[in-house]
Design a protein around this ligand. Structure first.
Ligand code: NAP
Length: 331
């Protein structure tokens, strides 16, 4: 399988490392970052790409880096069968992300993505754009990465899920735990950025865009129609969290940043006060969890979501499924 890496950051670099560790037999023929890219023309280009991935360095340090290289040019010259997309999300306009998916589909390239943008804006439209050309898009890494939430959502699709509650963002877990330890909200956000948990723009997490995008994807699978991230009501984590955490502790409760989906009513992402024996109250650090309510009972799934190396292993698995013709929607 010939693959291109679109976005050579934490996740993109790990895809190269983990594919090798997993013996996936993937040949990396090109890589792209925001300022240009690399086409692998010789064995020494491949070796240099692998070295940058191992050393955690940017693509601009590659001896064959071409500034300004575009996606179309890269695909035409390198001819990948599959593209791993690991670029930052863009929920406002959707661009340049959604255009890149369309370009790849038009050029006959299947995709494995960690970026939620296109699926969170129009899940079924994106899937169909690939499917009608006989291509595939692997997206297990977009929701809770290490926890196979999208697989569970597919499995529960016809079972009449009435609602679900979820914790799907490790950064806000971390910020809440720091506030519980006595830091102010502002200090906790700064610390989360410094410790590599939060994006340089922390509002993707604290304003709920990230969990909203994940819930939109789950809801789209369950409902068989596209539910947009823009339809999710988001209540940001903000100043005042300190008081909420203190008050909850006084009542024997904990604060968690919870996404709630109710069929026919919509989706809400908000800081919620939970009794300590609630399944979601036990979710800490990089863990994610979803509790689906159906048939008078609950199906719960929980586990470690990230970090980048685990996300990359999930993506390599998606690529191997695509190469092997496995489709979770077609037994
Ligand atoms: N970290 C995780 O565990 C995890 C888990 C699940 C999903 N994700 C998702 O995976 C994606 C990547 O995360 P990350 O942690 O790897 O981010 P990152 O370290 O910030 O890397 C992003 C990379 O994308 C490149 N990029 C930005 N715009 C681009 C464009 N228009 N064309 C080509 N490349 C572009 C950047 O280029 P420069 O180097 O030039 O800036 C950088 O190399 C995000 O959407 C994130 O939400 C991450």
């Amino acid at each position: 399988m010939r693959a291109a890496i679109i976005g050579f950051g934490n996740v993109g670099r790990e895809v190269i490392k983990q594919a090798k560790k997993m013996g996936a037999g993937i040949e990396f023929v090109a890589a792209l970052s925001s300022r240009g890219g690399v086409i692998v023309r010789r064995p020494r280009d491949a070796a240099a790409l692998e070295r940058l991935a191992e050393e955690g360095r940017g693509l601009g340090n590659h001896p064959s880096f071409t500034p300004g290289l575009g996606l179309r040019e890269l695909v035409e010259e390198a001819g990948p069968d599959i593209a791993f997309i690991a670029i930052p999300p863009s929920y406002g306009t959707g661009e340049p992300n959604t255009r890149m998916y369309s370009e790849l589909a038009t050029m006959g390239v299947s995709v494995v993505t960690a970026d939620k943008t296109a699926l969170a804006l129009d899940f079924w439209g994106t899937l169909n754009e690939f499917a009608r050309r006989g291509l595939r898009i692997g997206y297990r890494a977009t929701v809770a990465a290490g926890v196979p939430v999208t697989d569970v959502a597919w499995a529960l699709r016809w079972r009449g899920v009435e609602s679900f509650e979820a914790i799907l963002n490790a950064t806000t877990n971390y910020i809440i735990s720091l506030v519980a330890q006595g830091l102010s909200f502002g200090e906790a956000v700064e610390r989360a950025i410094r410790d590599g948990y939060a994006e340089p723009d922390p509002t993707v997490d604290t304003h709920g865009w990230d969990p909203a995008a994940k819930v939109a994807i789950i809801a789209s699978i369950l409902e068989g129609r596209s539910v947009s991230v823009k339809d999710v009501v988001r209540e940001p984590l903000r100043e005042g969290l300190e008081e909420m955490v203190r008050k909850a502790a006084g009542e024997g409760k904990v604060i968690r940043y919870v996404a709630t989906y109710t069929r026919g009513e919509g989706i809400l992402v908000r800081p919620a006060s939970l009794p300590r024996d609630n399944v979601l109250a036990a979710v800490k650090g990089t863990e994610n969890a979803v509790v689906f309510r159906l048939e008078g009972g609950e199906v719960a799934i929980t586990g470690p979501a990230g970090p980048a190396w685990r996300t990359a292993r999930v993506m390599v698995g998606d690529a191997l499924d695509i190469a092997g013709g496995f489709d979770e929607r077609k037994p």
